[in-house]
Design a protein around this ligand. Structure first.
Ligand SMILES: Cc1ncc(COP(=O)(O)O)c(C=O)c1O
Length: 450
């Protein structure tokens, strides 16, 4: 029988995460203290992170054990299925073989619980009572809220204003799991109040919401901060995706020619691709493509340099591709991809030519999402649909060139709470917005000089 779903048993969930820092030809430059501009040490981070996560942040050990308690919760949705997209292949009439890993099976509907669960676990073990965090589309906030409820931690979420208004159901999900949610910029923090003074109708951004959450954590002893992407330990936790996928592809005798993930802060892309990029570093032929919106083109149009992770300049300076920390991306529907920066690991790999980046406008992304929904059934998250667009384009190229490539992409989440975006697309309300080069230059001109 031709399999559609390639499944692993619970026993086959990876017991270790893969750390690409053990294999990278060039490690990212160290993060710098926002005040002194000197490399930071573990003590600088200990005000807002538990030591076990700080250790993972700087570790160059190739394999890191996944704690039993985390594995136990992972079994709620892991191993995630790998699908052969036979119906999509038929609809495209492509000779390519398309596979997608479906992370929408988690309780929160995306890949984000792969890291919210370990983050909650390590914070709980360190005696922390409350987590402050930010969320864009609400996927990360709901994943942290879920993790908080499973470990008995209070969770406060600063949700980007535009998503708070566009996506009320994610807020309700967070509240159902017991979290407190503020629209950001909020009146709860100094940085939020300052932003509202300058711009009372501000739509918010991930950078602003991060400033609020970091300030909240730094000013409360019992509270730590958690980030849903960008940091090295988040990339690490997400590698369960690619490690499972590798085993699943082996089961059907496959190895991908191309691995694709959408890219906001880089975590689901890192998750699906790093175990394969490891092979590439060691000589294997495989392409990894990170896909972003043309309205927030960090890897494709940003500069590789030190910048703050947040708008207010409270976080360490990270060496990454950036559009400038006060870059204000337009309110596109893929809220999780509206981030000015990117993971230091993904950025370094991109700089070194080990991964590629591509960008698309949202109308072509939704067109791809509809093609996918009509053939495979699942309605994908707008973020994940960027990966679908790129996978379809690669498959169409295979048709043109008569090549039978194996294409793998990560379907990082479902879109059942994003139906307003689909309604807007189908009624012709969505427009493409390409961020003007001058605006990017303006924003980059304000970057700190070192
Ligand atoms: C479904 C989904 N995919 C992708 C992303 C982008 O984040 P990252 O690049 O860290 O995977 C998000 C962020 O919220 C998301 O919700």
């Amino acid at each position: 029988m031709n399999e559609t779903k390639i499944m692993l048993s619970e026993k086959e969930i990876p017991k270790q995460w893969y750390n690409i820092m053990a294999d990278m030809p060039n490690l990212p430059k160290p993060p710098l203290h926002p005040g002194t501009k000197q490399p930071i040490g573990p003590a600088d981070l200990s005000a807002i992170f538990p030591m076990s996560l700080i250790e993972q942040e700087v570790s160059t050990q190739r394999w890191i054990d996944i704690p039993e308690e985390v594995l136990d919760i992972y079994t709620l949705w892991r191993p995630a299925p790998l699908y052969r997209a036979r119906r999509l292949e038929a609809a495209l009439k492509t000779p390519a073989r398309i596979y997608y890993k479906y992370e929408g099976v988690s309780p929160a509907g995306s890949h984000k619980p792969n890291t919210s669960i370990p983050q909650a676990y390590y914070n709980k073990k360190a005696g922390i009572k409350r987590i402050a965090t930010e969320t864009g589309a609400g996927q990360w906030g709901s994943s942290m809220a879920l993790a908080g409820s499973l470990f008995g931690l209070d969770v406060t979420v600063y949700m980007v204003r535009v998503s708070y208004d566009q996506k009320p159901y994610r807020r309700i999900a967070m509240e159902t799991w017991g979290a407190t949610v503020h629209a950001s910029p909020s009146t709860v923090t100094n940085s939020g109040r300052k932003m509202l003074e300058v711009s009372p109708d501000c739509a918010g951004s991930l950078g602003m919401a991060i400033s609020e959450a970091v300030e909240d954590a730094a000013t409360h002893d019992d509270t730590n901060y958690a980030l849903g992407s960008v940091l090295n330990h988040v990339m690490l936790h997400q590698t369960v995706i690619g490690l499972e996928t590798k085993k699943q592809l082996e089961m059907v005798g496959e190895y991908p020619d191309i691995v694709i993930g959408c890219c906001g802060g880089g975590s689901n892309f890192a998750g699906i691709s790093f175990p394969f990029v490891c092979d590439k570093i060691h000589g294997k032929q495989v392409r990894a493509i990170a896909v972003e919106p043309i309205s927030c083109p960090t890897l494709t149009k940003g500069e590789f340099r030190y910048d703050f992770g947040d708008t207010a300049g409270l976080t360490p300076l990270i060496m990454m591709y950036t559009l400038g920390h006060d870059f204000m991306p337009p309110g596109i529907h893929a809220g999780g991809l509206r981030y000015h920066g990117d993971s230091a690991l993904v950025s370094q790999l991109c700089h070194d030519g080990l991964i590629e980046a591509k960008s698309y406008g949202q109308t072509s992304v939704f067109e791809a999402a509809l093609t996918f929904s009509k053939s495979e059934g699942i309605i994908p998250a707008p973020e994940s649909s960027h990966a679908i667009r790129a996978a379809i384009d690669e498959a169409l190229l295979c048709k043109e060139e008569g090549k039978e490539k194996c294409i793998l992409f990560n379907l990082s989440g479902h879109g059942y709470l994003d139906l307003t975006a689909y309604a807007d697309y189908m009624s012709g309300k969505l427009v493409d917005y390409e961020y003007p080069e001058e605006k990017i230059k303006e924003s980059l001109a304000k970057l700190p000089t070192l």
